[in-house]
Design a binder for this molecule. Structure first.
Ligand SMILES: NC(=O)c1ccc[n+]([C@@H]2O[C@H](COP(=O)([O-])OP(=O)(O)OC[C@H]3O[C@@H](n4cnc5c(N)ncnc54)[C@H](OP(=O)(O)O)[C@@H]3O)[C@@H](O)[C@H]2O)c1
Length: 285
C-alpha cells in the first residue's frame, strides 16, 4: 500500500488518481478525510504533520510513501513537518520514499537553502532503511490559480516579479514522475530536477490564459516593495522575504527548460496552454 501525503493538493491529488487508476492500493492522507473527493477504492485517512500520533496511524502498513510538506519556509524553527513525516515513515518501516522538494531549494547558504537541505536530508539520510527519490520541480503552473478570484471578478491581475520568466511545470507532470518513482524500478537515490516545456513570463501565461478563455486580460506589475509587503503579511519572516526576492531577481535557474521529464516519461512536458484548458473553469465568471 502506498500512502500519499498532501493527497488533496495539486500534486498529491493527481498522484492518487494515477496510482488508483493503475490498480495500486492507495491511502490518501488529509486533515479532513470526510471532505476529500477520492477515486473509488482509495482509503482516506486523517493525518496532520503537527500530530505525530495521527501520522503513525496514517503510515501503518504502508510500503511506499509520497512525502510533501506545505509548511512555509521560516514559519517554524525548522522543517518540522518534513521531519515528522520522515520519522513516521521510518517508524512504519516503509521501503520506498518519494519526496516532493523544490528546484535549487537546497542550493546556496541562505535561510531557504538551510530549510530545504534539512528537509531533504530527513529522507536521504543513509541511516534510513528505504529507497528514496527526490523530485525538485520549479514553479508550478497551478500558481496561476492565485489569479482566479480576481479574474472571476474582472480582467486585471496585479503580479509580483512580472518580468521574471519561469519554465513552469504542470503538477500533473510532477505526479506522473512521482508515480513512476513509487512504482517503477531504477529511481533509487535519484534527485530529479523538473521543469515545464517553455520559459514564460507571468504576462505570457496571462496572455495564454486569456486566449483560452476568449478574454482580453491585463497584467499590472507589482513593485518589489508591494511583493515584499504581501509576503510579510502571508507570514514569511524578513530574512525569508529577502531570500525570496534575491533568488527571484538574481537566479535564472527557474527559467531553464530541463530535459529530465521527457527522458523519464518519453513524452514532452505538458504546456501552459494545456494546463489552462484543463483549469479554465476556475477562472470563468
Ligand atoms: N507552488 C510552486 O511553485 C512549487 C514549486 C516547487 C515545489 N513546490 C512544493 O510543492 C509543495 C506543494 O504542493 P501542492 O501544490 O501539491 O500542494 P497544495 O496544493 O498547496 O496542497 C497542500 C497540501 O498540504 C496538506 N497539508 C497542509 N497542512 C498540512 C498539515 N499540517 N499536515 C498534513 N498535511 C497538510 C493539505 O492537505 P489537507 O488540507 O487536506 O490536510 C494539502 O493536500 C510544497 O512542498 C512546495 O514547496 C511548489
Amino acid at each position: 500500500m502506498i500512502l500519499v501525503t498532501g493527497a488533496t493538493g495539486h500534486v498529491g491529488g493527481e498522484l492518487v488518481r494515477r496510482l488508483a487508476a493503475a490498480g495500486h492500493p492507495v491511502r490518501a492522507m488529509t486533515r479532513r478525510p470526510h471532505e476529500a473527493r477520492l477515486p473509488a477504492g482509495v482509503e482516506a485517512v486523517y493525518g496532520d504533520a503537527d500530530d505525530p500520533a495521527s501520522l503513525d496511524a496514517a503510515f501503518a502498513g504502508a510500503r511506499g510513501a509520497f512525502l510533501m510538506s506545505a509548511q512555509g519556509v521560516g514559519t517554524a524553527p525548522g522543517p518540522t513537518h518534513d521531519l515528522a513525516l520522515a520519522e513516521a515513515a521510518a517508524r512504519a518501516g516503509i521501503r520506498r520514499a518519494v519526496k516532493l522538494s523544490v528546484l535549487d531549494g537546497g542550493a546556496g547558504s541562505d535561510v531557504i537553502a538551510r530549510w530545504h537541505a534539512e528537509a531533504e536530508a530527513a529522507v536521504t539520510d543513509p541511516s534510513r532503511d528505504w529507497a528514496w527519490t527526490l523530485l525538485r520541480p520549479g514553479r508550478f503552473m497551478s500558481n496561476a490559480l492565485q489569479w482566479a478570484g480576481r479574474l472571476r471578478a474582472g480582467d486585471e491581475v496585479a503580479v509580483p516579479f512580472a518580468d521574471r520568466p519561469a519554465a513552469s511545470i504542470d503538477p500533473a507532470d510532477v505526479a506522473d514522475i512521482a508515480a513512476l518513482a513509487l512504482t517503477g524500478d531504477g529511481h533509487a537515490g535519484a534527485a530529479y530536477e523538473l521543469s515545464g516545456p517553455e520559459s514564460l513570463t507571468p504576462a505570457d501565461e496571462l496572455a495564454v490564459l486569456g486566449g483560452t478563455l476568449g478574454r482580453d486580460l491585463h497584467l499590472r506589475p507589482l513593485p518589489d516593495e508591494a511583493a515584499r509587503a504581501g509576503m510579510s503579511a502571508y507570514g514569511f519572516p524578513p530574512e525569508v522575504v529577502d531570500a525570496i526576492v534575491q533568488r527571484t531577481r538574481q537566479s535564472d535557474r527557474g527559467a531553464e527548460v530541463l530535459p529530465t521529464l521527457e527522458k523519464l516519461l518519453g513524452r514532452p512536458a505538458r504546456t501552459f496552454a494545456e494546463w489552462a484548458r484543463a483549469h479554465a473553469a476556475a477562472f470563468s465568471r
